[in-house]
Design a protein around this ligand. Structure first.
Ligand code: MN
Length: 432
């Protein structure tokens, strides 16, 4: 089977009897993302977003509305069992849900299992065993590298190795959960010794999250041609970063306390199946760049492995909130500014035999565009804190202040298909 082929569930003409789904910016019937929600007074359970509503999957399974092969994976309070299923089972569930939510003959039964999203709480979608963060945003790597090494921003390994580090799974939190400003060691350039205290250079990082589906056994690498079978879906990911701690602690072993105090993700898992219409060719490497080594090279991946997604960051400061202002957009750019595809990072991660498990989370690394309007962090937008940004209303920012809220959004669009979105990935900074 051709993995990038679309089907009836992607038909832009398909509409739902859930009226709010039709033309919905994030969750039209062509999306159908999975998540964990609790209705008012209820326990966490599996759900699917449709317009302004959430379908209770366990209730549907109990009412014999879902395929037998997936029904048992719909109980519990995480998506891990669903993610572990082969893509064919997830596809069968998607087809069934698309039918149940488009054919009005099912509306009467299905309405019993539908909740208003506004009355529900959203949780982490999976028990995340491991979280790994990559560094595939080449323009971000260039922009940051230039601040340290103006003549040689990229290190020699960058164009051969998808650079990454193991992050901290325990502090990944869903959208909406506040972020306490971390305390830590920083050493101002003029100081003789480091200080311990609240970060003075707190930043966000705009990233795409990749959810691992079926895992691999320890010792069994995932070939690049099979990587697509191991990705369950995608989310937005904000890798909050204390730049002052980072600069002092990162050598020689890499990021640690500058990153692991919290990571915020959007709670809906936009499935690999929902993203099929938004596959695109991986942009050609600039003349003179080395070709990927053979274990990272696959023709189909090069032709279909990138994502037609527009990513966006907005800020809402305490003063803006008080005035009732709308969030101010800081940047917007395409997710195709990734030097490696999501399949290449999965294959590279396992190339030494390292095992991935269902519900593991990979971050792509900050995705920046070459031009300023697409920079994915304040470190880039404020040129390392040297050039403050002026916000509407006159406030300025180099790094985040207490009370600031950062909102990430993603929209997938392609000619001839209904656009879909990821929902919000947002969180507010609380005092240390
Ligand atoms: Mn990062």
């Amino acid at each position: 089977m051709i993995w990038w082929a679309t089907d009836a569930t992607h038909d832009p003409a398909r509409i739902s009897w859930v009226d709010s789904a039709n033309g919905h910016a994030d969750f039209p019937i062509q999306n159908l993302p999975f998540g964990i929600f609790s209705p008012a007074g209820g326990a966490p359970r599996l759900g699917v977003a449709i317009g302004d509503c959430i379908v209770d999957l366990l209730a549907c399974a109990n009412a014999d509305l879902l395929p037998k092969a997936v029904a048992t994976a719909c109980s519990g309070d995480t998506l891990n069992a669903l993610m572990a299923l082969p893509a064919s089972a997830r596809r069968a569930l998607r087809h069934r849900l698309s039918d149940l939510l488009s054919d009005s003959a099912h509306a009467g039964r299905m309405k019993l299992h539908l909740h208003d999203a506004a009355d529900c709480a959203l949780h982490l979608p999976a028990r995340i065993g491991d979280y790994t963060d990559f560094y595939v945003g080449i323009h971000h790597a260039n922009n940051i590298g230039r601040q340290f090494r103006p003549d040689n921003p990229l290190l020699p390994n960058y164009k051969y190795v998808p650079i990454g580090y193991h992050g901290r799974a325990s502090s990944v939190r869903p959208s909406g959960e506040p972020v306490r400003r971390p305390k830590g060691q920083r050493k101002p350039p003029e100081a003789d010794a480091p200080l311990f205290g609240p970060s003075a250079r707190l930043d966000y990082e705009l990233e795409l999250g990749v959810w691992i589906g079926a895992g691999n056994k320890l010792g069994d690498p995932i070939p690049i041609t099979d990587a697509v079978d191991h990705i369950a879906g995608f989310c937005l990911l904000n890798d909050w970063s204390a730049r002052d701690f980072q600069a002092w602690e990162y050598q020689p072993l890499g990021p640690f306390l500058a990153k692991n105090f919290q990571t915020t993700i959007s709670p809906w898992v936009v499935t690999a199946e929902a993203m099929l219409p938004f596959r695109m060719a991986q942009p050609a490497r600039p003349q003179g760049d080395p070709a990927p080594l053979p274990y990272l090279w696959d023709e189909a991946d090069q032709r279909h492995g990138a994502l037609a997604l527009t990513l966006e960051v907005s800020i809402l400061t305490a003063a803006m909130r008080q005035r009732g202002d709308a969030p101010h957009r800081l940047s917007s750019g395409p997710a195709s500014n990734m030097y490696w595809t999501v399949h290449q990072i999965v294959t590279h991660h396992t190339s030494n035999g390292c095992n991935l498990n269902p519900g593991d989370l990979l971050g792509t690394g900050t995705i920046s565009a070459p031009e300023r309007g697409g920079y994915g962090s304040l470190m880039e937008l404020s040129a390392g804190g040297r050039e403050p940004l002026v916000l509407p209303g006159g406030e300025t920012r180099t790094f985040l202040e207490d009370g600031d809220e950062i909102i990430l959004k993603a929209t997938a669009a392609a000619p001839g298909f209904a656009p879909i979105g990821f929902g919000d990935c947002r969180a507010r900074i609380m005092p240390a």
